[in-house]
Design a protein around this ligand. Sequence first.
Ligand SMILES: *[C@@H]1O[C@H](CO)[C@@H](O)[C@H](O)[C@H]1NC(C)=O
Length: 131
Amino acid sequence: MNSSIRLFVVFMIIPALIRACSGGICLLGKTYVRIHNSLPEEVTLTVHCKSKTDDLGVQQIPPQGTWEFQFRPNVFCRTLFFCSMQWPGQFHRFDIYDGERDTERCYETCNWSVKPTGPCLLNIGCENWNS
Ligand SMILES: *[C@@H]1O[C@H](CO)[C@@H](O)[C@H](O)[C@H]1NC(C)=O
């Protein structure tokens, strides 16, 4: 490598990687997303989560049940999984994992409890539905 390329690598690429992955996990193992059905009545929560490239299928989460999936975050922490969530009389959408939002606050596990008003991230707080 000539010295100008080396300088480019050191001053541009490495700091960009460190910034993008300041949670550290985007270069290491897997991320787990758990979805717990915390709806008050004994209703089944039906979720259908996808990313740009993966379709995780339709999942039926029984009352007080949990479903989880795992993935390797992309190196730039830009992984996005979005879900529809429905139960009788309700249909909502939510970005269940957004690398830019969640890399640092979830670290390697996002534990979500789904309530009627929106999903709540364990130890962090509740979000509103996207729609
Ligand atoms: C998330 O939930 C799992 C299963 O209930 C539990 O083992 C784990 O400790 C939880 N993670 C966090 C960060 O609380």
